[in-house]
Design a protein around this ligand. Structure first.
Ligand code: NAD
Ligand code: DAU
Length: 333
């Protein structure tokens, strides 16, 4: 029996990964999560008690982290402050969790010799031109734009340094934008779906021309499990599903699926320093592990996600008003 520690396991991608592990392995899981505003304990409802231990705590708490590493065979590190807009308004917690928190885990991995997989983002590479065939690869230079992506880039560099200097058995993945169930309503796709469900209009930053490369969260989970089990120590893998869409295209698709006029959205003030386009070349992952995304039809994945939000108002409604109040205070309504 393998015991896997998942940090940030009450967040969007962490909770989906925990479910994926439970469904596809015999692993027992320990979740370490601080339960910030972004977490929802209900995201782990239904995971059998005998296979899950939940610990509320901070990845920066060295004593707690040390004890958990002592009892773990492998660690998958999802915990982070993850929202770019928040990082523009109050960056401090991004430094504490994303940088110091990752450092704390690395020191524990060094002491205990524990296998660690670090979950990161394609945003560490900065952005690409809108009308260009170029994509990020594992050798793209680091060039982060926002406080969020700068802290994620810092955490990646710490992982690389702890690997080289201290032999920590770590791998890194950098993924594009995830969508699917249990994503906080502050993020683009859930915000627009729940706006329509609430009778509000979707909100597009700027002119809606920015491009993101969408991947279903289950495909992220399957890729991370492959890397955890078969990845070469010290290597970085890019995860993506060739899902490039402009934000306007995504909003129009949501409106169409939800039976609204295609122009029933508002253009609102743009994000400062807004990255133009992300696109990921995941050839290395696909060729080394024969990995392929299961959700290749973005519209089908989006429909399923819309259905999930329609059916699970209990999960998202408690966070909706506060999230929109924050956006209103920032003028993004
Ligand atoms: P999220 O904001 O939904 O969840 C983050 C989780 O981490 C929450 O449960 C929160 O309570 C927890 N957390 C925050 N600070 C903590 C701390 N100090 N100690 C312990 N737990 C803490 O984030 P997400 O979208 O699920 O992203 C997960 C990871 O994946 C992040 O590292 C993010 O950078 C990365 N990532 C996200 C995306 C995406 O599209 N969402 C894409 C690529 C990479
Ligand atoms: O690329 C991976 C990254 O994807 C992750 O590292 C981040 O954790 C994750 O939040 C995401 O970052 P983005 O900034 O791309 O995601 P967000 O959902 O905030 O916004 C997606 C796009 O939609 C972006 O171009 C901004 C735009 N947007 C966002 C919101 C919330 C809007 O147009 N309107 C909105 O209301």
């Amino acid at each position: 029996m393998r015991r896997v520690l998942v940090t940030g396991g009450a967040g969007f991608m962490g909770s989906n990964f925990v479910r994926y592990l439970i469904d596809h392995t015999d692993d027992h899981v320990t979740v370490l999560d601080r339960l910030t505003y972004a977490a929802n304990r209900g995201s782990l409802d239904g995971v059998p008690d005998e296979r899950l231990i939940f610990v509320q705590g901070d990845v920066g708490d060295a004593a707690a982290v040390d004890e958990l590493f002592a009892g773990s065979d492998a660690v998958v590190h999802f915990a982070a402050e993850s929202h770019n807009d928040n990082s523009l308004n109050d960056p401090r917690s991004f430094l504490d969790t994303n940088v110091v928190g990752t450092y704390t885990l690395l020191e524990a991995a060094r002491r205990h010799g524990t296998r660690l997989h670090h979950v990161s983002t394609d945003e560490v590479f900065g952005d690409l031109e809108l009308n260009d065939a170029a994509k990020f690869t594992e050798s793209s230079p680091y060039n982060p734009s926002s406080p969020y992506s700068a802290t994620k880039a810092s955490s990646d560099l710490l992982v690389r340094a702890w690997r080289r200097s201290f032999g920590v058995r770590a791998t890194i993945s950098n993924c594009s934008n995830n969508y699917g169930p249990y994503q906080h309503v502050e993020k683009f796709i859930p915000r627009q779906i729940t706006n329509v469900l609430r009778g509000l209009r979707p909100k597009l930053y700027g002119r809606g021309e920015n491009v993101r490369d969408w991947i279903h969260v289950d495909d992220h989970s399957s890729a991370v499990l492959r890397i955890l089990e078969n990845g070469e120590i010290g290597e970085t893998y890019l995860i993506g599903a060739d899902g490039e869409r402009s934000n306007r295209e995504v909003v129009e698709m949501i409106l169409e699926v939800m039976g609204q006029p295609l122009d029933a959205y508002d253009l609102v003030s743009d994000r400062a320093g807004h990255d133009l386009r992300y696109a990921v070349d995941s050839t290395k992952l696909r060729e080394e592990f024969d990995w392929a995304p299961r959700y290749r039809d973005f519209e089908a994945g989006l429909r399923a996600t819309i259905d999930w939000y329609r059916d699970n108002e209990w999960w998202w409604a408690p966070a909706k008003d506060a999230t929109e109040a924050l956006y209103a205070a920032r003028g993004q309504v």
